[in-house]
Ligand binder design. Structure first.
Ligand code: ADP
Ligand code: F6P
Length: 323
């Protein structure tokens, strides 16, 4: 191979720039040209790509977001649209592609591989919902962001003797709620993968914390948990008089996506980016870089995208013990 390309696709997250940097520098070091594709798969379709130099990716390690931009491009699921993308890649003499993104983006990478184009994926999803890898790029930073928020909220909650419902991201996956809640010492964690307690039981948890002399009660709720944060808020507020604590709600929202990556994420991004470029240049295709027990491995994209990464529900029980 003489020329490869790299793109970021789907939802953004921390350490995408650090990953692009690693792919680029590893490629250059091995004597190939590396093209950066703008705006995910849309950039392949619309021919928005250019050569990256080592300097182009300098100073990016600590910067949030993705300097290449990312996008959702639903039409990429159509064969004809992907054929246009392959034509663009061929016109530029690009012979292999590194895709950095979540489940959908990795499904796109698999589709290109299935059409005969050499492709390798790097899991990057703050939700940590990509199967086949212990960790995706961006997760560690996001858990730390959530933890900082919980710590700050605890300060004000304790000062006023309040119960807080803190909603974190995770439309289909409760990893962020579980990891953030456990690390932040939450009294209750609600995730989409487990049927939560009844409203009566949730209220009883709040009362119990009050009776046991706690100065706060923190409930961490994944956005995908049903019946949802608002339903809990409504129920608790209706029963305010019996709770002991006043109830407040904070939805962390998109602040969880941005920010400078943690040391652990920068390290993971650098390792995965370098590994992906090396394997692509070795002739590997249709695989995703995976972290397993702190070692890098390859996982077939076809396996990785088959299901969402299952949540370790034993950690929910651990959180009950720590309550
Ligand atoms: P994420 O990668 O963060 O999971 P999405 O699920 O939105 O985000 O997927 C990102 C993009 O990946 C989509 O907008 C589309 O361009 C592409 N994609 C998703 N699923 C497929 C698929 N089955 N085939 C081809 N491309 C896909
Ligand atoms: O990156 C995944 C995620 O953060 C989900 O947890 C969340 O539901 C979703 O992205 C929202 O992203 P958008 O508004 O960009 O679709």
């Amino acid at each position: 191979m003489k020329r490869i390309a790299v793109l970021t696709s789907g939802g953004d997250g921390p350490a995408l720039n650090a990953t692009i940097r690693a792919v680029t520098r590893q490629g250059i070091q091995q004597g190939v040209e590396v093209y950066g594709v703008r705006w995910g798969y849309r950039g392949l379709v619309n021919d928005e790509m250019s050569l990256l130099t080592s300097r182009d990716v300098g100073g990016l390690m600590g910067r949030g977001g993705t300097f290449l931009g990312t996008a959702r491009c639903p039409e990429f699921k159509q064969l004809q649209v992907r054929q246009t993308a392959l034509r663009t890649l061929n016109q530029h003499g690009v012979e292999g592609l590194v895709v950095i993104g979540g489940n959908g983006s990795l499904a796109g990478a698999l589709a290109l591989h299935d059409m005969g184009f050499p492709t390798i994926g790097i899991p990057a999803s703050i939700d940590n919902d990509v199967d086949g890898t212990d960790l995706a790029v961006g997760v560690d930073t996001t858990v730390n962001t959530i933890l900082e928020a919980i710590d700050r909220i605890k300060d004000t909650a304790s000062s006023h003797q309040r119960a807080f419902l803190i909603e974190v991201m995770g439309r289909n996956c409760g990893y962020l709620a579980l990891a953030g809640g456990l690390a932040g010492g939450a009294e209750l964690i609600l995730v989409p993968e487990a049927e939560g307690p009844s409203m009566e039981k949730i209220a009883a948890t709040v009362v119990d914390a009050y009776v046991r002399g706690k100065h706060h009660c923190i409930l961490v709720i994944a956005e995908g948990w049903r019946p949802g944060t608002h339903a809990v808020e409504t129920y608790l507020k209706e029963h305010q008089a019996t709770l002991g604590f006043e109830v407040r709600v904070t939805i962390l929202g998109y602040l969880q996506r941005g920010g400078s990556p943690s040391a652990a994420d920068r390290l993971l991004a650098t390792r995965m980016g370098s590994f992906a470029a090396q394997r692509l240049l070795d002739g590997t295709s249709g695989q995703m870089v995976a972290l397993r027990g702190n070692k890098l491995a390859l996982c077939p994209l076809a396996e990785a995208v088959q299901q969402l990464r299952p949540l370790d529900l034993s950690l929910l029980q651990l959180s009950d013990v720590m309550d």
